[in-house]
Design a protein around this ligand. Structure first.
Ligand code: 5RP
Length: 228
């Protein structure tokens, strides 16, 4: 699929998802290029339809975009709960096991998701897979001692790569941590892997989101398709 077509499908999913945000709600706003389309549509609804809601964002990038549209954004600790969170994903299988963190926002994304009554993902059809793992699995680590975490991951055969930016520096997350991407190709036992990662000292969080999502809106060439 070329990028233009992929963007068309992402946008269609984003516009569809924006219908789920209603007046008075507290909505979690995810991160990524698909979410950008979703927030653009929310901005349009705020301007043209007078939609009023409160947003909790999963990254500084999304906060900036949403505030640019005049959307009220509050800190997650200022709300009791989040009604619905809409976020992107890098891969998702039919059991709703997914990988997130391609945009390095997985930690805040998981915290926002965990405190949401409903979680919706928006993806283009290329992200729906039989087995997750082809997309490198992001793991957020504390910079202190990360070389040793990389060594542990190498010993376990996880093919870890420290994510670098265009200037040859490690990518920094919103919490000033680093990202190690695990090149696994197939994740046959995601629960076991999740347990192994989260119990590795130095790991803050990983991008496995296992059976957390309620609904996936898939941008399909025939129109947005809903998986529940
Ligand atoms: C950011 C994420 C994104 O939601 C995920 O990478 C999907 O991004 P995109 O919509 O740009 O393909 O998890 O950390």
């Amino acid at each position: 699929m070329d990028k233009t077509e992929q963007d068309r499908l992402k946008k269609a999913a984003g516009i569809e998802a924006a219908k789920l945000v209603e007046n008075g709600m507290t909505a979690g706003l995810g991160t990524g290029s698909t979410v950008r389309f979703f927030v653009d549509e929310l901005g349009r609804r705020v301007k043209e339809e007078g939609l009023e809601f409160t947003g909790v964002t999963t990254s500084r990038r999304t906060k900036e975009q949403a505030e640019g549209y005049g959307i009220r954004i509050v800190d997650i600790d200022q709300v009791d709960h989040i009604d619905v969170t809409i976020d992107g994903a890098d891969e998702v299988d039919k059991n709703f096991n997914g990988i997130k963190g391609g945009g390095a926002a997985l930690l805040w994304e998981k915290i926002v998701a965990t405190n949401s009554r409903k979680i919706v993902w928006i993806v283009d059809e290329s992200k729906v897979v039989d087995t997750i793992g082809r997309f490198p699995l992001p793991v957020e680590v504390i910079p202190f001692g990360e070389r040793h975490v990389l060594d542990r991951f190498k010993e376990r055969g996880y093919n870890p790569v420290l994510r670098m930016d265009g200037q040859g520096q490690p990518v920094l997350t919103d919490e000033h941590n680093h990202i190690i991407d695990l090149h696994l190709e197939r994740i046959e036992h995601p629960q076991d892997l999740a347990q192994d990662l989260i119990t590795t000292v130095g790991v803050v969080e990983h991008g496995l989101f296992l059976n957390m999502v309620d609904t996936v809106i898939v941008g399909d060439p025939n129109g947005p398709r809903v998986m529940t």
